[in-house]
Design a protein around this ligand. Sequence first.
Ligand code: SF4
Length: 449
Amino acid sequence: MSVAPSNPASAPPAPVIQKETTVGNYFISNYPPFSAWKTEDVPAFEDALKRAPKPDVPLGVYLHIPFCRKRCHFCYFRVYTDKDSAAIRGYIDAAIQELAIYAGMPFIGGRKPRFIYFGGGTPSYLSVDQLQHLTRSMRDLLPWDEAEEVTFEAEPGTLTDHKLKAIREMGVTRLSLGVENFDDHILEINGRAHQSREIERAYRYAREVGFPQINVDLIAGMVEETESNWRECVRKTIEMDPDSVTVYQMEVPYNTTIYRQMKAEGKLAAPVADWDTKRGWVRYAFSEFEKAGYTVSSAYTVVKSKERTRFVYRDRLWAGADLLGLGVASFGHIGGTHYQNEHDFDPYLKAVQAGRSPVHRALTPTADERLIREFILQLKTGGVKASYYQGKFGVDPRARFAAPLATLAQWGFARVDGDDIRLNRDGLLQVDRLLHEFFLPEHRNVRYA
Ligand code: SF4
């Protein structure tokens, strides 16, 4: 039997469908919002380092490599395009030193990382020598021999067969290729550094080298994208036959080149497709991937084989794993406390070189906030089980979230069916904007970054 949660008297009216792409972050990657994390709360992080971990909480490591060949016009990450090899070497040594600060602390509790993630920026921007020095030193401090997954983000134009071989030999199991689009004009006008011919070459080498899993990233709705271009991107991706595909809907956060241009021209709407169009394009992509045998595993991801193709980093993180975030501006979560490192190069290096942790803001969520976090992040898979939250948090989410679930049901996006809480495809395609319904009042309408 399928039932919608009871509709509270205060249920808000049907949603205003946001049409134009205006400035701001759409994608929700954590909760509470980063703007609630404070420097005053850093001592809570320092206390968490001194406590032994709770039993059965897995540990992961994320390292941010903040270098890129060019800055994409939609990018809001902390990246540098002007660092020479001495500065890069200094950064790598600082990241190793940062890991050394943490490696002997009680929160590790004898754990070996279950997942490792090299993100960016562009990890593949590093030379083979730099990568080997980095990974050997990291392994000496915290062995990875029990890692279920090692992910490495790569920009196609930085990959040679020699480098791909070295990346595989480092133990990388999941190579994530930032393809984004296959059209040279669209890549160029959006500031991407690579060209379409480099995609095919890098993918072929990567297959030859034998990575267990190759993911392809696409972005729906880049500047000047058309429907026929998008369809061609989907067709080419299916032809490549990757193990998984991640599809983002183009957003235009603050601190991007596109936003600065909008501001200079006094424009409120970004020069990219509106949200209805982008949702339509992702809907089309998902249905084409399904016809080709893929399964939708989250609002952004399709996988060729649900049994074989896992994404350990995402699944563990969304289930509350500890994450040791290393590098400039990195986010982490240790023993119940969220934290973020210094977000500029020099303060980050200075802190680490002085033997101090470079954490600059932190937040310890309440039990209710942890429940909200885990509920909203896992809802991005399209469905959750009430019994999971009852067992883990002692709270029935059907009761705790009765009002927002009723709202989503009234809008036609969600339903509760016994133990199952599910979003339909329409709900999944706009999940990030719907998740705000589950936020505490003080976290609504905040700037997310
Ligand atoms: S490659 Fe990625 S991290 Fe680098 S500028 Fe482009 S979007 Fe940003």
